[in-house]
Ligand binder design. Structure first.
Ligand code: NI
Length: 631
């Protein structure tokens, strides 16, 4: 086996080694379980000093929860010596809810006599009920403070086994004490009839018969090369990372130009996401899942061995996670990498020549993606690398929109009917993407660009003038920004120490796509825990410990952690190692078409080179041969 790189994800052997070290040295009792066993990423200085091929100093980051004392611990294990190099109790922190605990939480609820009575009152067999213990948040409700809780949502799964969420049991919420393994109380806001239809997903007759085969062939194989986690494709050079919390992420993204790989980003990840729902009634205000920080999008990654989602020649990366005992768990084929044809890269037809001279190059993109099934929703995280230096991030949302039971024909003011007796409440999917920038080096700066028209007058007699204003955002507080359609606002990361052929700092611009803002009041409990969602754009000065926009332990946190805390000291950003955080909000009012399974919706953003290259960097892509595209 090839020597590990410092940024490779932990493998099964390393995980087990780290778990054994914590068992031996962590001072935890038998009740303790493992929230996280993942790579403890090296300091940048150590990384830069690393010689390829030499044995790296690798460490595991480990977080544990000890139910007997209601304490969360974390620290690092040196994977060479097996020593626990630091270990601490994190005051007030609640570890993420892990899958084993999630399953256990459902069992606890179903065994509870009060819950069983509430089911019986509704004429439902409690043993057939699906109870999902969702992270409880922090709402200041009496009796909840300081306890490790989950808030249950209930469904009666359909009989055909394809939709466990087919029949929501509205208004019934067991509050589960995960630590003592008992039900704290049952919130019962009154019975609502079950929907008449069971929400089957698969139609067993009437399938379309007019879809002809569509095959992608790559007779000479793919154009990428892979060595471990290191990928080279066209001019791109990058490393693929994976952990239980963020899932798929990337390191050392660079683009080869004039014989050398020029760095663009040191690390890129989906750092957090939160899905606040807009129904204030009953127990529905408690629905606001932080799917990365409260559950882990990597821990819930789909093994694509169960059914591939990609077409073409595919390279898969397996991914290791673990159960709550710390036993390694393999997700086979968790990350899919392939190439896609992406239409026209560039084209020009000179109509002044005879015959017309036409040149066209087809675009191809490298796609690296993974899917996570997080309860009812299914998210695809797609990262695109284009031949012209563009990087795209696209999140695909499918699965089953959270259904709530409602008296038939009465969806109420907070949602739309999706089916008879089923309402889908208005909600938002808010993603936070973190980009540790390294545009031609680690010393970068931030520019905001706005456009405005000038009033008519001398110098602008026809009223057509457009003024471009470039504003340096020099501090963390001044770099908290929202989009502005009127000024076509965007942001760029530039390197004042690296100039292009026009003498301007090389840069990459963040190109926002469709987006939205939250409707929560700023003092709403979920708003305090997810302060990041009130700005589309944040910048921090690099700090190795600042990885998550809602903090390291958002589960039941009182709020204020993450980006609001990271930026409180208002550090300078000019000619520093800057980290850009982009908030991408997909606003979703459910539709009848979203039931029983939602056609994929897309939310995306891009990074484009802006003066990073001296000219179109894709002029060396061979033009398409006419024979290829004309029949
Ligand atoms: Ni949605």
């Amino acid at each position: 086996m090839a020597a590990k790189h410092p940024l490779d994800p932990l493998d099964a052997v390393e995980m087990s080694f780290a778990v054994a070290a914590v068992h031996a040295q962590g001072g935890l009792d038998a009740s303790a379980w493992f929230e996280t066993v993942a790579l403890d990423e090296p300091e940048k200085a150590a990384l830069r000093a690393y010689t390829p091929g030499s044995p790296p100093n690798r460490r595991a980051f480990v977080a544990c929860y000890e139910p007997s004392s209601n304490r969360t611990f974390d620290g690092a294990v040196d994977l060479a010596s097996g020593k626990l190099v630091h270990w601490r109790h994190v005051p007030g922190a609640q570890a993420r809810i892990v899958m084993d605990e999630f399953v256990e939480g459902g069992r606890i609820a179903i065994a509870d006599p009060v819950f069983r009575a509430a089911c019986a009152k509704r004429g439902i067999d409690p043993d057939k009920v699906l109870v999902e213990p969702w992270a409880a948040g922090n709402f200041g409700i009496e009796g909840e403070a300081g306890e490790r809780l989950a808030y249950g949502h209930c469904w009666l799964p359909n009989d055909s086994g394809d939709n466990p969420y087919g029949r929501p049991i509205a208004n019934l919420h067991p509050v589960i004490d995960l630590r003592r393994r008992r039900v704290l109380r049952v919130d019962d806001f009154g019975a609502v009839p079950l929907p008449p239809d069971s929400g089957n997903i698969v139609l067993r007759d009437g399938l379309r018969t007019d879809i002809k085969p569509f095959e992608i062939t790559q007779p000479d194989g793919p154009s990428f090369t892979v060595e471990g986690q290191h990928v080279r494709w066209q001019k791109w050079d990058l490393r693929v990372g994976f952990n239980g919390r963020e899932g798929l992420h990337f390191y050392e993204i660079g683009y080869e130009d004039q014989g050398r790989v020029r760095p663009i980003m040191h690390r890129a990840s989906l750092a957090e996401m939160v899905v606040p729902y807009g129904d204030p009634t009953g127990g529905n205000f408690r629905r606001n899942a932080f799917d990365a920080g409260e559950y882990g999008v990597g821990a819930l990654v789909d093994a694509l061995a169960l059914g591939c989602d990609c077409l073409g020649h595919i390279h898969y990366f397996d991914a290791w996670s673990h159960d709550w005992h710390g036993s390694p768990k393999l997700a086979k084929n968790a990350i899919c990498m392939h190439e896609e044809d992406y239409g026209i890269l560039w084209k020009f037809s000179n109509t002044y020549t005879d015959p017309v001279r036409s040149t066209v190059a087809r675009s191809r993109r490298l796609v690296i993606s993974s899917f996570s099934t997080i309860g009812n929703y299914v998210y695809g995280f797609f990262w695109y690398f284009y031949q012209d230096g563009t990087i795209g991030v696209e999140i695909k949302a499918t699965g089953i929109p959270f259904p709530t039971g409602t008296p038939s024909g009465e969806p109420g003011p907070w949602g739309e009917p999706m089916a008879e007796g089923i309402v889908g409440h208005v909600h938002q999917h808010v993603f936070s993407l973190r980009f540790d920038m390294s545009v031609d080096g680690d010393r970068n700066a931030i520019r905001e660009v706005n456009f405005a028209g000038l009033p008519k007058g001398p110098g602008n007699p026809q009223g057509n003038a457009i003024v471009t204003t470039v504003t340096p955002l020099k501090t963390e507080q001044s770099a908290q920004r929202v989009m502005d359609l009127a000024s076509a606002r965007y942001w760029a990361v530039v390197n004042p120490n690296s100039l292009n052929r026009f003498g301007k700092p090389v840069g990459y611009k963040l190109v926002p796509g469709a987006n939205a803002l939250p409707y929560l009041t700023p003092d709403a409990p979920v708003a305090k825990r997810a302060g990041f969602m009130f700005k589309h754009f944040w910048v921090t000065r690099y700090d190795r410990a600042e990885l998550y926009p809602a903090g390291w332990y958002p589960n039941q946190h009182a709020g204020g952690d993450g980006l609001p805390a990271y930026t409180a000291s208002d550090r300078l950003l000019e000619n520093e190692n800057v980290v850009v955080w982009y908030t991408l909000n997909y606003h979703h009012l459910s539709r009848p078409e979203d039931w029983p399974v939602q056609p994929t919706v897309y939310a995306s953003m891009h990074w484009m080179p802006e003066g990073f290259f001296d000219r179109n960097p894709a002029l060396d892509v061979p033009p398409s041969k006419p024979a290829h595209c004309c029949d």
